[in-house]
Design a protein around this ligand. Sequence first.
Ligand SMILES: Nc1nc2c(ncn2[C@@H]2O[C@H](COP(=O)(O)OP(=O)(O)OP(=O)(O)O)[C@@H](O)[C@H]2O)c(=O)[nH]1
Ligand SMILES: [Mg+2]
Length: 332
Amino acid sequence: MAQTPSGNERAAALAEGVLEGNRTRLAQAITLVESTRAEDAPVAQALLGAVLSKTGGAQRIGISGVPGVGKSTLIETLGLHLIEAGHRVAVLAIDPSSTLSGGSILGDKSRMERLSQTEAAFIRPSPSATTLGGVAQRTRETMLLCEAAGFDVVLVETVGVGQSEIAVRQMVDTFVVLLLPGAGDELQGIKKGILEVGDLLAVNKADGSRVNLARAAARDHAAAMRYLRPRHAEWIPKTLVVSAETGAGIDELWTAISEHRDMLKASGSLEQQRAEQATRWMWSLVEERLLRTFHESPGVAAELDATVRAVREGELPPGLAANRLLDLFGGD
Ligand SMILES: Nc1nc2c(ncn2[C@@H]2O[C@H](COP(=O)(O)OP(=O)(O)OP(=O)(O)O)[C@@H](O)[C@H]2O)c(=O)[nH]1
Ligand SMILES: [Mg+2]
């Protein structure tokens, strides 16, 4: 029987392939970091450790907005535009709805048909059937692998619903929020939160009969933005008008993304933001691991259901219940 390679050998071979920009190895490396098998975890971490010094080189951009706003179409148009300008573009997705519906993967690939056939692009849909935290963690690691493989622009698509958008905000340099034309009602409907995390707003579908509507929406959003406290003293989020379908305004969008990036670099905020993101990521991993260990602890597992029930029925104060569970955890 042939001897299977050790974890370290596997990690080293994959790291070498990734650093050479080998797409098959990159795909295998991503599958490894996405794996939920316990024995794969140390191999994945060894692999990430081996490529770490070659990461960080990409412009990391998040693209968010409500379902159907045109994120995938925009990524296709922007991606092709960037590749023409000599960039290598990786596209990742965090889609909490795909974990529920079994995946919008097919839809996304067909929406990015030309991009997915381009050698300078790499498209990786989000893994399904895990928690959002898990998906976000994997996407972050996938981003690092893509950087190590030489992709200099990483575009992360996420549906604009609360948590997933915050998860992406915390892994990118520039966060773009796409909006639909038609101000008024839409403006009311959009949570203030999504505007607060955006570095750039772009009203999409500004084509055909919607051009004027889109311009009006952009003006309204720009006005609304003035009431928000900017995330950076040096940057007032811009509002643009684009059409992912016709390509109108895509140049301007890229210029604005690059201006934002230049501002981050010149002010030292890029380094600071990435340092904060990395430490926050570490803490979220610590919290996740601690929580898992807590649930797996035999003492806790034996009492958990009864304790939760007692709290639900008002028989036990939550504080006391927490103390008891933690004592059980500490006693293991
Ligand atoms: N007219 C017009 N239609 C567009 C534009 N961009 C996207 N669409 C259409 O809008 C629909 C949704 O586009 P997608 O790119 O799939 O939107 P999405 O935001 O990725 O959607 P989800 O991934 O489902 O959240 C498709 O039918 C697109 O053809 C645009 O600029 N103009
Ligand atoms: Mg999409």
